[in-house]
Every structure is written in C-alpha cells, then in structure tokens.
Design a protein around this ligand. Structure first.
Ligand code: NDP
Ligand code: HSE
Length: 439
C-alpha cells in the first residue's frame, strides 16, 4: 500500500532517450510506484522546441522550454539533454535545490564529475548515472556496489556500439572502413558527424568513468590515452583473422606498476587484437560488453545494448526507482569513493604484447638484423611469420612481409623499437603496429 506522498519528477529532454522514459512511465508508472512505495508524478518535460516531433505522446501541457523553473520543487530531476551546457548548470541547480539527479550524460560525468559529486555530497543529494556507460547494461552499480568489497584489476570494455559495428562488418563481411561507416550511418547507429565515435572520444569518456569507479580514484578525461579506428585497414583486419584474432576498439582500465615500482592506474582506448577465443571476440554488431577482472570474483562479463532510446531508458528508470526509494526510506546518499587516489600513469608505463608488420627486402641477414634491433631495445620476440610474394616480371625479388609478435614489453620500449626499425634500409615500411589484449 502506498502511503508516501507522490514524488515530483522533472524530465529535462525528450529526445531519443527522454521520450522513451516518458513512454515507459506512462506504461509502467503504477507498477514502479508500488515498487517504490510512492507515486511518481511527472510534473513537466523541458525541451528546446515544444512543437518538435516526438517518438512518444507527451501531453502538451507537460512540455516547457523553461527548464530552470521546472527544476524548482522537483524531488528528482532526470537530465537527458546531453552535452556540457546547459546540462551542467541545470544539474547543479537541481542538486542545490535538494533534488536527486539521474543523468545519462557521459560527456558531463567524464569532464565535470568531481564537481557534481562534491555538490551532491555537500547537500546530501545523490547523482545517479547508470546509463552513462554502455546504455542498458548494468555496470555502474556493479562496480560501485557489488564489487565494492573486491579489488578490480582490469576492465576491458567494448563501450562504443558504432565502432564495434564498423569493425565487425570489416571482419565478417570484408567491408572497408568507409563502407562499414556508411552502413552504420544508414542504419542509424552512427551520428551525422561520427567523429566522437570513430576517433574514440566517446569511448574515452566512458573509460574515464569506469576507471574512476573501479579504482576509487579520480581519472580525468585528459589522462585517458586515446587512438580511434580511422587508420584500421581491411588488410589489417584480414591479417588479424588469419592469425586467430579480431580487432576491437577497447576501453582499458588497469592497475599498473611502472618500471620505478610506482603503483598506479592506466586508462586508455585503442583498437587492439583480441584472440578469437576471448569472450569479447563474440560481441558482434552494435552490442557492448564490459569484461571485468577482479581479484576475488575472477572474470565477469556484462553484455547487452549500449545505446538505443528504450534500452537506455531502462537504465534511467532503474536509477529513478533507486532515487525514489531513497526518498521514501531516507538515509544519506552514497558518496563517490576516491579514497585510493592513485597516480594516473602515462601510456609509456603500460606493458602489453604487440604484432608489428614490416615490409622488408628479402636478403640474407635481414632477419638477424631485425631480431638484434628488438633485442637492443629490450623487446623479446615471441613469433615471426614471413611471407614472400612472387618476383616481378623482370626478375626483381618481391619484398617479404614479416609479422613479428612480441612478449610483453613497455609502450616506451616498443615505440623506440618501431622508430629504429623505420630508420634502417632493409625495412621498406612498418605497415602495422597493433597491441594484443585479452590473452
Ligand atoms: P537527443 O538529442 O535525442 O535529445 C536531447 C533532448 O534535449 C531533446 O528533446 C531536446 O529538445 C532537449 N534539449 C536540448 N537542449 C535543451 C535545452 N537547452 N533545454 C531543454 N531541453 C533541451 O539526445 P538523446 O536522447 O540521444 O541523449 C540524451 C542523453 O543520453 C545524452 O547525454 C546522451 O549521451 C545519453 N545517451 C544516449 C544514448 C542513445 O542511445 N541515444 C545512449 C546512452 C546515453 P528538442 O527535442 O526540443 O530539440
Ligand atoms: N554513440 C554511442 C555508441 C552511443 O555508438 O555507442 C552510446 O553512448
């Protein structure tokens, strides 16, 4: 039986996600109310243009362009506008006025999270953001609550659906990156301007959020090393396939000890070779997955839809129910824990394995020269595969392609090796350098 007063819910934004939040509240509002123990009254929906077409029927009297007034008196504010401003100011105003806030805004949490969390703690409010990483997949709450008693060692995440779709198409259909991007745009996965996806800004924001939570340390977005997928070629995808790998854009958050023995955190995003036997290799299309390695729990994988209006609305509504329950039951909010305060280590401190592809002159002693160069830089070679093409019509020998797999080496040592390789005569070109992750 519901005894508590109705809770006043203000929604900011009624686009892809916001409209589906309204639709789900219209459909399941009574059921959610009985779960919470209080009615959830949608008091208004702030938008930019009241007459814009919507994917859900929203009563016109609920629509307003005055978000600031709507916030006043709300118990819970749901921010689904996106971007930094006015979302940041509106969330600050909502928290200051005592409301709990639910947001899906990864850009804002990744860049202004500490300021927002500090404000929430100061006023005793709660900021929820389950939908900010990997859409419908529960990953924020598992990291913050379920794994709070464990030690997360590493996270490997496929957290951008658009790039996973593109790389999957290149792998399974043999499409070029340009054609796969065009298909992603046609199907509505990629934005008109896909820069944030293919240059991995979106994945980097999510990496910053995941690393901060997993390692109880503020990880600023500027400290996340980032490489997008634009340089990935069909030839690299094909070579990866032949060698038993698939190329995935990974957000990697890891506890790392550098050469000086300093314990810290690495957060980075780049396309990497993933063994086809790894669970992340089976994540196809625009799906997302987050693979967590924890000291006691072992390996865990969270999989599902990383985007989509109704899918993302599921995570938003889960947060809404949590916020509403806290109003009914009372008690303090859960502060973000940054107590570990670990140093963020630069990419040069990271160690991983690599596959380097070289085009070399097929002459006596070339292999020995190249092997010595790796050894001089402290990089241990694990595998070497050489293929030689047919000589040209005039009898000139074809160059050989060498694919060299390394044991674990530091990024700094690998970078120095690649520079040295590029400078010797026998190496015509370094055609590909890819990291190997998940093995
Ligand atoms: P949309 O662009 O579809 O919708 C944005 C909404 O905000 C629109 O309704 C727009 O109004 C409204 N709006 C914009 N500016 C203002 C303003 N100044 N005042 C009031 N309202 C304003 O965004 P999405 O629904 O796609 O995304 C919302 C959030 O969810 C973002 O933070 C995004 O990163 C996140 N997210 C989205 C996912 C997705 O699949 N779409 C997945 C995971 C997270 P109007 O309609 O009148 O233009
Ligand atoms: N552009 C993002 C993606 C949307 O492709 O995954 C979800 O954050």
């Amino acid at each position: 039986m519901i005894e508590y007063r109705n809770l006043r819910v203000a929604l900011l934004g009624a686009g892809s996600v916001g409209a589906q939040v309204v639709a789900q509240l219209q459909k399941h509002g009574d059921e959610l109310a009985s779960r919470v123990g209080a009615g959830l009254e949608l008091v208004g929906v702030a938008v930019r243009d009241i007459d814009a077409p919507r994917t859900a029927e929203i009563p016109r009297e609920l629509l307003t362009t005055d978000a600031e007034s709507l916030i006043l008196g709300a118990d819970i504010v749901i921010e689904l506008i996106g971007g930094i401003e006015p979302a940041r100011t509106l969330i600050m105003q909502a928290l200051t006025s005592g409301a709990d806030v639910v947001t899906a805004n990864k850009a804002l949490i990744a860049t202004h999270g500490p300021e927002l969390f500090a404000m929430a703690e100061q006023v005793g409010a709660q900021l929820y953001y389950e939908a900010a990483v990997a859409g419908a997949i529960p990953i924020i709450r598992p990291l913050r609550d379920s794994l709070a008693g464990d030690h997360v060692q590493r996270i490997l995440g496929i957290v951008n659906g658009t790039t996973n779709f593109i790389l999957d198409r290149m792998d399974t259909e043999g499409q070029s990156l340009e054609d796969a991007l065009a298909t992603a745009t046609e199907l509505g996965y990629a934005e008109a301007d896909p820069t944030a996806d293919i240059e991995a800004y979106d994945a980097a924001q999510k990496a910053a959020i995941l690393a901060s939570l997993a390692f109880h340390t503020t990880v600023p977005i500027e400290s996340v090393y980032r490489e997008g997928i634009t340089a990935i070629t069909a030839a690299q995808v094909e070579a990866a396939r032949s060698a038993g790998y698939v190329i995935k854009l990974l957000a990697i958050c890891e506890r790392v000890t550098d050469a000086e023995g300093i314990d810290g955190v690495s957060a980075r995003v780049y396309p990497a070779l993933v063994p086809r036997t790894h669970p992340l290799a089976a994540v196809h299309g625009a799906k997302n997955a987050v693979f967590v390695e924890a000291e006691a729990a072992g390996d865990l994988m969270f999989y599902g839809a990383g985007a989509g209006g109704i899918e993302t609305a599921s995570a938003v509504l889960g947060d809404l129910v949590s916020a509403a329950r806290r109003h009914v039951v009372g008690g303090p909010g859960v502060a973000e824990s940054t107590n570990s305060d670990l140093p963020i280590l630069p990419i040069g401190s990271v160690t991983t394995r690599y596959h380097i592809t070289l085009l070399v002159n097929d002459r006596t002693g070339v292999l020995a020269t190249i092997a010595a160069l790796f050894s001089d830089h402290g990089v241990s070679v694990e595998t070497v595969v050489q293929t030689v093409g047919a000589p040209s019509d005039d009898g000139t020998p074809a160059p050989a392609t060498l694919v060299i797999g390394t044991h674990e080496a530091s990024e700094a040592a690998l970078a120095a090796t690649v520079t040295a390789l590029s400078s010797i005569d026998t190496v015509r070109s370094v055609t590909s350098v890819l990291r190997v992750e998940g093995s």
